[in-house]
Design a protein around this ligand. Sequence first.
Ligand SMILES: Nc1ncnc2c1ncn2[C@@H]1O[C@H](COP(=O)(O)OP(=O)(O)OP(=O)(O)O)[C@@H](O)[C@H]1O
Ligand SMILES: [Mg+2]
Length: 224
Amino acid sequence: MLVAERIAKRYPTPQGPLPILEDVSFSLASGDAAAIMGPSGSGKSTLLYMLGALEPPSSGTLTLNGTNPYTLSETDAAAFRNRHVGFVFQDHCLLPQCSVLENVLAPTLVAHDRTPAEYLDRARTLLAQVGLEPRLTHRPSELSGGEKQRAAIARALVREPTLLLCDEPTGNLDQRNAEMVAELLQSLHASRRLVMVLVTHSAELAGRFPRRWTINGGRLSTSA
Ligand SMILES: Nc1ncnc2c1ncn2[C@@H]1O[C@H](COP(=O)(O)OP(=O)(O)OP(=O)(O)O)[C@@H](O)[C@H]1O
Ligand SMILES: [Mg+2]
């Protein structure tokens, strides 16, 4: 369960605090998925970073399964993120020097709730699910844009997160790859009991998810 209560974000700048988001409140239960749309610069990535325990809100509270990550020490917050949050970044952020399989295993290096052999098995299964079985030893520079995005999705899921956050997962893809990634996310949402929040500029992708929000002028509202 992800609960945001009146969260606001202001970035400090030399000209004073720059207001980005005001009074954002919602709650999402496991199995819920919300798509967020809004103009460039409206604060969509900022909101995802706050939800993902990467950027503290200026005010308001956020809890995931009853824990407010911003009350934790830095070490505990890192462990919390690793355990509970899967993040697919706007620009995939794969490690360039590592293979696809190593990238997907990276979040498990600090994890101890399964054995390395179990994680390896899970990474391979996820990579097969996203259609990357024949690309396990490729480095990110040897992948297409859609393949990178699918590897990033597998990496985000390897620890079975409570919360999956996706920042424009189809933004840089052609129609065919965008369709493949959209179908993958939709089937993940249908088959897993996780909370999913996805940012997109595509009305078509947003339309596949049950809850749709728009950010505009610093406010989050429900869209049709
Ligand atoms: N660290 C920062 N300091 C100051 N301003 C920032 C900082 N990070 C982001 N901003 C500003 O906050 C606003 C929201 O940024 P954000 O990245 O959340 O937008 P977005 O909705 O994701 O846009 P896009 O669709 O282009 O990805 C932007 O105007 C940006 O310039
Ligand atoms: Mg963004």
